[in-house]
Design a protein around this ligand. Structure first.
Ligand code: GTP
Ligand code: MG
Length: 147
């Protein structure tokens, strides 16, 4: 089964959106295997967003991600990486469709509520970066055969 790394960013935590975000993934049928509330060390934020190191907004991005607690999650399920990206909506909340997480809750590019891995290789990299093996929990749900 595919896994993806999802993070409710500091704006989502401050605005009490963790429950709403998790409920969307639960109701969709995805399976939660790891979750934690944490403050993000600067080195972790820089490593996570390393692909954007040369971009003009990199400093602002790292400042934002380290500005308050985040809620980090690992979700599992068929095609979860691409499906989660669809549920999140476009990067710029102004362009994200209503019904998506960013479309429903976000306004600006800088504070866009949620992060999700964008490909299988990034998902693997990010899960390893953010979670220890003993923080990922494998368990069965009897409803799985219906999803
Ligand atoms: P993430 O899930 O956070 O990685 O977003 P994404 O994959 O949809 O977008 P991308 O990886 O291209 O950009 C990472 C983050 O940088 C985005 O979520 C934005 O918050 C921020 N970002 C991207 N482009 C800009 C920009 O032009 N200006 C500013 N201020 N922030 C940007
Ligand atoms: Mg990205």
């Amino acid at each position: 089964k595919q896994r993806t790394f999802i993070m409710a960013k500091p704006d989502a935590v401050q605005r009490n959106l963790i429950g709403d975000i998790m409920q969307r993934f639960e109701r969709k049928g995805f399976h939660l295997i790891g979750a934690k509330l944490m403050n993000v060390p600067r080195e972790l934020a820089e490593e996570h967003y390393a692909e954007h190191k040369e971009k003009p907004f990199f400093g602002e991005l790292v400042d934002f991600i380290t500005s308050g607690a985040v809620f980090a999650m690992v979700w599992e399920g068929e095609n979860v990486i691409a499906t989660a990206r669809n549920m999140m909506g476009k990067t710029n909340p102004a362009e994200a469709a209503p019904g998506t997480i960013r479309g429903d809750f976000g306004i600006s590019m800088g504070m866009n509520i949620i992060h999700g891995s964008d490909a299988p290789e990034t998902a693997e990299r990010e899960i390893t970066l953010w979670f220890n093996d003993n923080e990922l929990h494998v368990y069965e749900k009897t409803i799985n055969k219906w999803i």
